[in-house]
Write a new protein. Structure first.
Length: 252
């Protein structure tokens, strides 16, 4: 039976302060929960009997059978699905995000939860295992952000730290960023390792981070002379940049 205390706790996890205090986050939906079940410790699951019947042995500390109307009480979605799970937040080592041997995405003050979730999903698609975020970037464990990752959170490690200090640690690694006055990304030599910095939705990369970017890249519009929008959405720009890095590295 779903208790009032459980409902209250789940609803409270919409607030970052509570997520941080309890060390918990929420995921919902058949595929999303299934992707995360064998990666993160699951505290408890609320689900319909039909979902539980198809899962076999479910690695959760507690299983709560949802009765009629229960899912609507705990869901953050407009159309509640068959399962809501509460997971324990993982701990990662920032040292593992070493750009000396791999590509790392660095996010400078990304504010929109949907953009952050989409970028993590892109990182997963392009084989980037670590995303390093400035401390004022949106919280990856926001229910909206978790939903937007579409399960990629199970494969990509997301870190929060002082971004300038992180980049300064790896002075021998390439540091790329996108700028309106950068060099055409399609004509530049791109490395198979290093840091790719993506900036804030409205202001781009802040000056203190821009000052330590070594390679300034630009995504040209087509044709160059045509009047167009001022800039791309940060998630769209990340997709283009990551695709071009992987294309060049793969030799396509």
């Amino acid at each position: 039976m779903l208790s009032k205390a459980k409902i209250k706790e789940i609803r409270s996890l919409e607030i970052k302060k509570i997520r941080d205090e309890l060390g918990l986050f929420v995921a919902e939906g058949n595929k999303l929960v299934a992707d995360m079940l064998h990666v993160f410790k699951c505290e408890y699951i609320i689900a319909h009997a039909s979902w539980m019947a198809t899962q076999g042995d479910i690695p959760a500390d507690e299983l709560i059978l949802a009765e009629k109307g229960d899912m609507r009480k705990v869901s953050f979605l407009k159309s509640p699905q068959d399962v809501v799970a509460v997971f324990r937040k993982p701990s990662y080592f920032l040292d593992d995000a070493n750009p000396g041997s791999q590509l790392v995405l660095a996010l400078d003050c990304i504010q929109d939860p949907g953009n952050l979730g989409t970028i993590v999903r892109l990182a997963d698609w392009f084989g980037i295992g670590h995303v390093v975020c400035s401390e004022d970037t949106a919280d990856i464990y926001n229910p909206k952000t978790v939903q937007a990752t579409m399960g990629a959170l199970a494969h990509v490690k997301v870190h929060y730290t002082g971004l300038k200090d992180y980049i300064d640690r790896y002075e021998n690694s390439p540091v790329y960023g996108t700028f309106l006055n950068g060099k055409n990304i399609y004509t530049e030599q791109l490395a198979s390792y290093g840091i790719i910095v993506m900036g804030n939705e409205g202001n781009g990369i802040r000056p203190e981070i821009a000052s330590i970017v070594k390679e300034r890249l630009y995504i040209p519009s087509y044709p160059p002379s045509r009047e167009t929008t001022e800039s791309l959405n940060v998630a769209m720009a990340t997709a283009i940049v990551c695709a071009e890095f992987r294309r060049v590295i793969s030799g396509y």
